[in-house]
Design a protein around this ligand. Structure first.
Ligand SMILES: NC(=O)c1ccc[n+]([C@@H]2O[C@H](COP(=O)([O-])OP(=O)(O)OC[C@H]3O[C@@H](n4cnc5c(N)ncnc54)[C@H](O)[C@@H]3O)[C@@H](O)[C@H]2O)c1
Ligand SMILES: O=C(O)C[C@H](O)C(=O)O
Ligand SMILES: [Mn+2]
Length: 541
């Protein structure tokens, strides 16, 4: 291929019709493009009009991904103009459709690294090939065993790593040439995929146990030596692996798990936003988490950390949590508890009717929560009866149905507002429209980790942090909780996604300051704000 074709086919350097005549002559592009030289603004206007002509979410996403494949600068310029509009298209919920239909609609590997569990000897070569000499600072890796609430999607899950990274750049300004999406293809237990002749991943059952963990370790060790400045972000691993992997590596490398920690801090920020509306205290909350998996336990730990910071003893704090999973309320003698769940169990002797506490309804009636979080993957389970029972004991119930995508949410925002006569303080996992109820406009916050992880990650990278620790997470959560305007009637508990770029910047600065205060930075930093500003990439030619 000629050098000129290389330029046009490389999304990190391609400018398309914006190559100037001088550049065209220099690069051997003369005659390879139509005569007019366009500005990026003209290109964006033309592409946005074309985007608007697409009907379905998936068609819109397909169009945007083609632009992304061809010209990253233009894609992010356009996304910068339409962040709130594009987020649900490139990311959740439309990314869920693209994952389900990955085989049928596949056109391009989108610069991801595809690691196969059958070839551990290829880990290093794969990462090197995919990085292609780029200075990688951020990896989002998934093995896709727990994609959103949809379970195992094998190699198709690579789209979540790509989507998360798109949000990183659009929100915080990480240079798109410094990121790498990684798929660990450990096989799949998804029968639909296994029986699909078009399935593109390894056609065998998921590999587990030592072979799986050794492979993950091989991956971590390779990234360590290939990309010494790396932040490693884990996404959508299965319940039995996510916490184990985080625990194994969090004190060794710069890393975090988005479903555990990113979710924990966005939910805490939402609760802090709600408490600033009610003038309540975190120490007084009683919390039910419905679905005590990766996210549910991560959320409980983050709220508990906050209670401890507010002066509550760990022993007393634990008593404020009521984790409900398939078995009902989790007791110390419940079977099949995960290690994370074991930290939050109750004794049957605490209740007169312990044996009846097998449903969410019974638990809510018994414990009278002030906060109810849904991470169960079970749609419609926050019923009118349960919500109204909760609202009969607390003036402003805090209710966050967070299961994604849309079809899995525990409740709809508009129902929660109506059932509680406007009293519920609601946040949802995916974007929700304003709710008009009895003359008041209720804004619904989006408690999605996408509000947090871009600022968190960017602050970590810009400050050259060697770790992601509890203090950093707490500071990040407060930074977001402090931004929301809670004075208006019907105010949201979290700031709107239209301001994502601004508050990601604030979070990044707070995070970087925490890193420097704790002396976790690997390189000397005198001015934190400048370090964050200097790292920020803007889409321009
Ligand atoms: N909004 C966000 O930012 C955000 C972040 C992370 C996860 N989530 C959502 O939360 C959900 C859970 O994700 P996860 O990573 O924790 O998955 P997970 O598989 O680790 O946890 C799900 C838990 O729900 C439990 N569960 C299943 N059926 C149940 C039932 N009938 N009653 C009670 N519990 C039941 C499972 O046993 C499991 O413990 C997903 O839908 C995901 O999209 C949202
Ligand atoms: O991907 C999302 O939308 C949030 C979260 O990480 C999830 O797994 O649901
Ligand atoms: Mn996730």
């Amino acid at each position: 291929m000629t050098k000129a074709q290389d330029m046009l086919n490389n999304p990190f350097v391609n400018k398309g019709t914006a190559f100037t005549m001088e550049e065209r002559r220099e690069l051997g592009l003369v005659g390879m493009l139509p005569a007019q030289v366009q500005t990026i603004e003209e290109q964006a206007t033309q592409n946005y009009a074309q985007y608007l002509s697409k009907e379905s979410g998936l068609e819109k996403r397909h169009f945007l991904m083609e632009l992304f494949n061809e010209n990253r600068t233009l894609f992010f310029y356009l996304m910068g103009q339409h962040v709130a509009e594009f987020m649900p298209v490139v990311y959740d919920p439309v990314v869920a459709d693209s994952i389900e239909q990955y085989n049928e609609i596949y056109v391009n590997p989108q610069n991801a690294a595809f690691l196969s569990i059958d070839h551990p000897e290829d880990i290093e070569a794969t990462l090197k090939n995919a990085a292609a000499g780029r200075d990688i600072r951020l990896v989002v890796v998934t093995d896709a065993e727990g994609i959103l609430g949809m379970g195992d999607w094998g190699v198709n899950g690579v789209d979540i790593a790509i989507g998360k990274l798109m949000v990183y750049t659009a929100a915080a300004g990480i240079d798109p040439s410094q990121v790498l999406p990684v798929s660990i293809d450990a096989g799949t237990n998804n029968e639909t995929l296994m029986n699909d002749p078009l399935y593109l991943g390894n056609k065998h059952a998921r590999v587990t146990g030592d072979k799986y963990y050794d492979f993950v370790d091989g991956f971590v060790q390779s990234t360590k030596s290939l990309f010494p400045e790396l932040l490693l972000h884990w996404e959508d691993f299965g319940r039995s692996n996510a916490a184990n992997i985080l625990e194994k590596y969090q004190n060794d490398i710069t890393t975090f798990n988005d479903d555990i920690q990113g979710t924990g801090i966005v939910v805490l920020a939402g609760i802090l936003g709600a408490l600033s509306i009610t003038k309540g205290s975190i120490a007084d909350q009683t919390i039910v988490t419905y679905g005590a998996g990766t996210a549910g336990v991560g959320i409980a730990n983050q709220i508990m950390d906050e209670m401890k910071r507010a002066g509550v003893s760990e022993e007393d704090a634990r008593k404020r949590f009521f984790l409900v999973d398939k078995q009902g309320l989790l007791f110390d003698d419940t079977e099949d508890l995960t290690p994370g769940q074991k930290e939050f169990t109750h004794k049957r002797s605490e209740f007169a009717n312990a044996d009846e506490l097998t449903t969410l309804e019974a638990v809510v009636r018994a414990v009278q929560p002030t906060v109810m979080i849904g991470t169960s993957t079970q749609p419609g389970t926050f019923t009118k009866e349960i919500v109204q029972d909760m609202a009969s004991h607390v003036e402003r119930p805090i209710i966050f149905p967070l299961s994604n995508p849309t079809k899995l949410a525990e409740a709809k925002a508009e129902d929660l507002i109506e059932w509680t006569d406007g009293k519920a303080l609601v946040a949802t996992g995916i974007p929700a429209d304003n709710v008009e109820y009895k003359g008041v406009t209720y804004q619904i916050g989006q408690a999605n980790n996408a509000l947090m992880y871009p600022g968190l990650g960017f602050g970590i990278i810009a400050s050259t942090s060697s770790r992601v620790n509890g203090e950093i997470l707490s500071q990040a959560s407060h930074a977001l909780g402090g931004i929301v305007d809670t004075t208006a009637v019907g105010a949201a508990v979290l700031p709107p996604v239209t301001h994502l770029a601004e508050f990601s910047q604030t979070i990044a600065e707070v995070v970087a300051q925490s890193v420097v205060d704790q002396k976790l930075n690997k390189e000397a930093i005198t001015d934190v704000k400048k370090a964050v500003a200097d790292m920020k990439w803007t889409p321009k030619y």
